[in-house]
Design a protein around this ligand. Sequence first.
Ligand SMILES: C[S@@+](CC[C@H](N)C(=O)[O-])C[C@H]1O[C@@H](n2cnc3c(N)ncnc32)[C@H](O)[C@@H]1O
Length: 300
Amino acid sequence: MIKNQHIPIMANEILSFIDGKKKLSILDCTFGGGGHSKKFLESGHFVTAIDQDDTSLTIAKELKKNYSNIIFYKSNFKNIDLLELNIKKFDLILLDLGYSSNQLEDSNIGLSFKIDSYLNMNYLGGDLNAFRIINYYNKKELQRIFNVYGEISQADKLANYIVKQRSLKKITTNFEFVEVLRNSGVNFRSKKIHFATQAFQALRIESNGELENLTIFLKKVHDFLGINAYLAIISFHSLEDRLVKNYFRDNKIKKNKDFQNYKNWGYEILTKKPLTATKFELLKNNRARSAKLRVGRFIN
Ligand SMILES: C[S@@+](CC[C@H](N)C(=O)[O-])C[C@H]1O[C@@H](n2cnc3c(N)ncnc32)[C@H](O)[C@@H]1O
């Protein structure tokens, strides 16, 4: 039984870019609970959807009963070039990064520090998980991920403490790890968020290769965009948003083309600053609070 259909974030903002256009081919690379895809289908567009998640596959099958114009591929979006998609060039490609509400509540995945579960955190079905990272990464590697992915300033202190604790007993569950964090003596950044947030974020990013997936995808995506197509990306943490921002900046179409570095495509950046959810949306969906939407128009 699928409990949650995902509430699509900034759906109106995304639709506003294609307002009035009919029967577009849209590639939703993070189908999740199908929230965005359903909006596109309701507006009469054709949807090609990708997600690595089995529940997404089930939701897509359900959606297909009411809308014939959807085709689903179960895959990691970083492998977009290996998929032999039904359409070669799209009018809009969407990435709504991270995990779905279903995945957050799934105790087999264990993304939440509020649900006691085995230390997994891999929501993409890969081999790496938080248990392996916490119990087998060396001190330097632990320090790196907590520093870079968790932005924890006392990452060295935390890494030292974890190494000491795991030598006494393996750290196996989310709640055990929360206790390790609590007793580590590390000063976590903010009083506004739960003290485990940053460390859990770091483990999740590492377990799923989130930044690597996005980096690989961004190297390939231009091959799938038609003339004047839109690339819309919603990110949820600053590391992801920086990758997206730099990607658009580095590939911004130049008015006076620099012929030395000339390539025959680029983006018109349509969101000088990233769009964020309105107060009204935040009232309905708290998860939208950290979302940032950047959109570019593909020119070639
Ligand atoms: C925030 S949810 C998307 C929600 C969706 N837009 C909706 O409205 O229902 C993110 C989804 O992206 C998927 N995802 C994240 N990274 C992925 C990757 N590298 N390859 C394939 N799917 C990925 C997750 O499995 C999750 O279902």
